[in-house]
Ligand binder design. Structure first.
Ligand code: FMN
Length: 366
């Protein structure tokens, strides 16, 4: 199969992407004190110069006392960090690329790789870090409002600095996802409830506030996942109807695109159809979607944290689904972390030059 379909332009709101390839957001922890360095700007510029259609930054945290769980994760607030992000976006533009910061709040997920503790109370819907594991108090009404405002301010700053879009990190069991996910959201006020529509209100209000901050034309993406790092088998939506009830309010509130995170893109979401998460999200909402998960690689990314490498793998199944129109864009994580030239090699059919992914790649910014 030819990869030509991956190299067709795509228009997302006011933004025209030169192709369908998205660099997936990947935390690198190379920003001491939360400030991206020149090496971070150079790292993104290399992908911009090498045929990546849209770069989504590593998760960058919004202005709440405990939005981060690692002092080397970049902030998206404060003059020092925002100044450094200006250097990053200017470098990406100089390289011919476009970029969205991924705005992030870790919620009650602590980081096993550091003993650092954030300077403030931990935010979470119900004081739970895992199902049944209580560590503290639920967020107050004031904290919820401030968290929403922090995302909106960050989005406004992204636009002001010259970024081309924003992505909200609503996946993988972090703060926004903790509101979606019933086992961690026991609230009985307006931010919780029995139905996913009620638990989606936090994200929907956030999307409305973000939309107000960036105006009508600026693309707003939200990343979602059914799986949680606290439980790979759990889901937010167990049926297409539930999924529609989840996603519709988010689309109505201002999401232009759903970035549907799976660990393996080819896994069907519901019985009776081979559509994956991005396929269902597009079908149910009519919005553009991004698929992700083991594109071009044999093994999935969580195992790579435990030291497992992956070999290059065929793109045929991905191309079959793209050609069928299941999704519009394709995000690539580790293959692009390992090799800035990955997209160029795919475009030019240099498949014998595609590299294996080695976990050592996480330790350096190439
Ligand atoms: C080192 C590393 C860091 C990651 N950090 C983030 C992150 O900050 N935000 C996020 O949404 N996903 C993050 N992910 C998940 C990736 O965006 C992507 O969904 C995952 O790696 C699957 O894609 P792949 O199989 O092409 O690597 C990370 C993955 C890796 C390998």
């Amino acid at each position: 199969m030819s990869a030509d379909d991956l190299f067709q332009p795509f228009t997302l709101k006011s933004l025209t992407l030169k192709n369908r390839l998205v660099m997936a957001p990947m935390t690198r922890s190379f920003s001491p004190g939360g400030v991206p360095t020149q090496a971070v700007a150079d790292y993104y510029r290399r992908r911009a110069e090498a045929q990546v259609g849209l770069i989504v930054s590593e998760g960058t945290v919004v202005e709440r006392p405990s939005s981060s769980n690692d002092p080397d994760v970049p902030r998206f607030w404060g003059e020092d960090a925002l100044g450094a992000w200006k250097t990053v976006i200017d470098a990406v533009h100089a390289g011919g690329g476009v970029m969205a910061p991924q705005l992030w709040h870790v919620g009650s997920i602590r980081n096993p790789r550091t003993t650092w503790v954030p300077p403030g109370p931990v935010d979470s819907p119900s004081g739970l870090s895992k199902p049944g594991k209580r560590f503290g108090e639920p967020m107050t009404e004031e904290a919820v409002a401030d968290a929403i405002d922090a995302f909106a301010r960050a989005a406004g700053n992204a636009k002001r600095l010259g970024f081309d879009a924003v992505e909200l990190h609503g996946a993988h069991g972090y703060l926004i996802d903790q509101f979606f996910w019933a086992p961690l959201n026991e609230r009985e006020d307006a931010w919780g409830g029995q139905s996913i529509a009620e638990r989606a209100r936090f994200a929907a209000e956030m999307l409305s506030a973000v939309r107000t901050a960036v105006g009508p034309d600026f693309p707003v993406i939200i990343r979602l996942s059914q799986w949680k790092q606290q439980d790979f088998e759990s889901k937010v939506a167990y049926t297409p109807d539930e999924m529609e009830t989840w996603l519709r309010p988010l689309a109505d509130a201002g999401a232009d695109c759903f970035h549907c995170s799976q660990r393996r893109f080819w896994e069907p979401e519901f019985e009776g159809s081979d559509l994956n998460f991005a396929g269902w999200a597009k079908k149910l909402t009519g919005k553009p979607t991004i698929t992700v998960g083991s594109v071009g690689l044999s093994g999935e990314f969580v195992a790579s944290y435990a030291g497992e490498g992956s070999q290059p793998a065929s793109l045929d199944e991905l191309l079959r689904r793209l050609e069928r129109g299941d999704f519009d864009l394709v995000a690539v994580g580790r293959a692009l972390l390992q090799d800035p030239q990955w997209a160029v090699k795919v475009r030019e059919g240099r498949t014998d030059e595609l590299m294996a992914y080695t976990p050592e790649a996480m330790k350096v910014l190439v």
